[in-house]
Design a protein around this ligand. Sequence first.
Ligand code: NAD
Length: 316
Amino acid sequence: MKVLANDGLAQSGIIALQESGFEVDLSTIAQEQLVDYLNSNEISVLLVRSATKVRKDIIDNCPSLKIIGRGGVGMDNIDVSYAREKGLSVINTPAASSHSVAELVFAHFFGMARFLHESNRNMPLDGDSKFKTLKKSYAKGVELRGKTLGVIGFGRIGQATAKIALGLGMNVVAFDPFIDAVNLEIEFFDHQALFFNINTISKEDVLKQADFITLHVPAQSDYVISTNDFEIMKEGVFLVNAARGGIVNEVALLEAIASGKISKAALDVFENEPTPEIQLLMNPDLSLTPHIGAATGEAQSRIGTELAQQIIDILK
Ligand SMILES: NC(=O)c1ccc[n+]([C@@H]2O[C@H](COP(=O)([O-])OP(=O)(O)OC[C@H]3O[C@@H](n4cnc5c(N)ncnc54)[C@H](O)[C@@H]3O)[C@@H](O)[C@H]2O)c1
């Protein structure tokens, strides 16, 4: 049986599938040619990340297709319920990248707290001629230790950020309308573990108390952070959105940065992906990454292994 990994697949997944007798095709087929390609090559499994869309045209017109697999979490690029109605299996790997996303959140927080995103832009330009000026510009750093992390959306990634924060000596407050309390297991390198109980509180209380805010909610129709939410926050807060574009109102965010309400913010995801607004790209108080939350070797390797295992379980 043939598997088309249209947006790529880690070596771990390729090997596991091949060892179970699958043929793995790593071609990248343009969206409009996918139906023809799937049919002429009798593809049984279509694996995608976020680039390839799997809509009704593919689901209705490709009889050889048995499984649609998403390497990662969000399945907004797949018509999941329609595919299941039509008898296809739709699989994903929801937990495989949580830790990678959580680490990216802290990469942004640490970077912003010490002006690294700005310093890395300006040192190559002015580091030899204006060293002392730059040193003064970046002199008012802050520590994370002792500060309060506010987590909005306390699922897999939200909890992974909380574990890192607790390890750093931060206080953690969280809001999630569907979770009342979580008993977090914080594992250490030598397999010792500590359990830490966190009761969620209201969104308003999180926004009032947090010095650092991180968002980990699924895609939804309304903004989760907009003008009135920024108004509730403390002055000079740091914010990261590594969840989905459209969670934060980007216009309101720029206003909150201009007013000083937000000290700095980081975006890994954008309302207009893959062409973010130029006002965001040019803002010196934004630390920016191009949707790379899950883009580590470790996460991709776990994704490959988990997808392969699910495919083998379904088809073998
Ligand atoms: N940046 C990246 O590359 C990257 C990688 C992986 C996942 N993600 C995104 O991260 C987000 C979280 O993923 P996850 O694995 O933690 O999902 P999850 O389903 O484990 O957790 C999401 C949580 O958000 C809660 N929630 C829903 N609506 C809410 C709201 N309005 N306010 C507060 N909480 C709300 C849910 O109850 C749930 O507990 C998703 O949007 C996912 O697409 C981004």
